[in-house]
Design a protein around this ligand. Structure first.
Ligand code: UDP
Ligand code: MG
Length: 311
């Protein structure tokens, strides 16, 4: 592969509708960076025409290359593939749907050249539905609260990084890759640029609610032991409550002539305790499942073929 100064990594899952717009906007926004430019499209197992579009683009533009993964591995794995293949001194990661404006790249790159190691884009506003926006906002605040890391609020994967940060991230061996988290973990000199996030230019969002929930879980469980502590805390609270409850029942038995109501109290406390225990086992399971995934040491992605830039 030829070396380049600026690499742009873009994961693609069924983006045939948006792809022509994307090429156009990239072409205008990045004209100044040619010929030291490399655009890597990571085809994450698309089942539409995206593959052919990427191949054609790679044929027609010297700067463009494509990595076809052997199946759908997920957004974060596709980003990982792109980061590991990027040769640039500066690497930008962005989504294909033009929610991350390519026009911002120039500013980010300038900052990196001025000495920053990471420049991440922060969403000042976003155009999704009110409920989705509220969930995003809540998630980033919870993550910041539970994690010891200083993960910036409302910043996604859209960012520019210099070579030493990209190498640092590529050296991290973990299988569960929450890129915006490991980017913070890497440290160095990081700064923010602010922008207003547009809605998707074309096509459907590829994350459904369950997908977003999983991503949120990956963020929380990979960067915090807080849920485990919460489980211990819940245990302590329940134990304390039952001690107080037991004591008051004893006093009742000793000093009241009234009969103790038995069945209802018993049933409620069994269900309550059962619920608390199941939640705690679930929390434990989240960690155990992730440990299992890590120890299997399976690859995060598998490349089927590459096109363009002398492959
Ligand atoms: N994507 C991917 N693999 C997936 C899901 C998404 O490569 O399994 C890509 C998708 O093509 C897009 C980016 O990841 O370029 C972000 O996806 P999307 O815009 O659907 O996510 P949202 O904006 O809803 O977070
Ligand atoms: Mg999007």
């Amino acid at each position: 592969m030829q070396t380049s100064t600026l690499s742009i990594v873009i994961p693609i899952l069924n983006e045939e509708d948006v792809f022509p717009h994307l090429l156009e906007r990239l072409d205008t926004a990045l004209a100044a960076f040619k010929p030291a430019l490399e655009i890597i499209f990571v085809n994450d197992g698309s089942t539409d025409n995206s593959r052919a579009l990427i191949n054609a683009a790679a044929e027609n533009h010297k700067a463009i290359c494509g990595i076809h993964l052997s199946r759908n591995f997920g957004h974060q794995s596709a980003l990982t593939a792109g980061l590991e293949h990027a040769t640039g001194e500066i690497v930008v990661v962005m989504d294909a749907d033009l929610q991350d404006p390519p026009e911002l790249i120039g500013k980010m790159v300038e900052r990196i050249k001025a000495g920053d190691d990471v420049v991440y884009a922060v969403r000042r506003t976003r155009k999704e539905g009110a409920l989705k926006v509220a969930c995003y906002k809540l998630f980033y605040r919870i993550l910041k609260y539970v994690s010891k890391l200083d993960i910036p609020l409302d910043s996604g994967d859209f960012s520019a990084m210099n070579r030493r940060v990209v190498d640092t991230i590529n050296d991290m061996p973990e299988y569960n890759r929450f890129i915006r988290g490991i980017r913070s973990y890497a440290g160095f000199k990081q700064s923010a640029v602010y922008y207003d996030r547009e809605s998707r230019a074309a096509g459907e969002p590829k994350y459904n609610f369950v997908g977003l929930l999983k991503l949120a879980g990956d963020g929380v469980f990979a960067f915090s032991e807080y849920p485990l502590r919460l489980a211990s805390f819940a245990g302590a609270v329940v134990a304390l409550l039952s001690f107080v409850g037991g004591l008051s029942l004893l006093l009742w038995r000793l000093f009241s002539a009234q009969q103790l109501p038995g069945f209802a109290t018993l049933a409620v406390s069994i269900f309550f305790l059962g619920g608390v225990q199941l939640i705690c086992v679930g929390v434990l399971g989240e960690y155990v499942g992730r440990i299992y995934n890590e120890v299997k040491r399976r690859p995060t992605y598998i490349v089927e073929s590459t096109v363009g830039r002398d492959s």
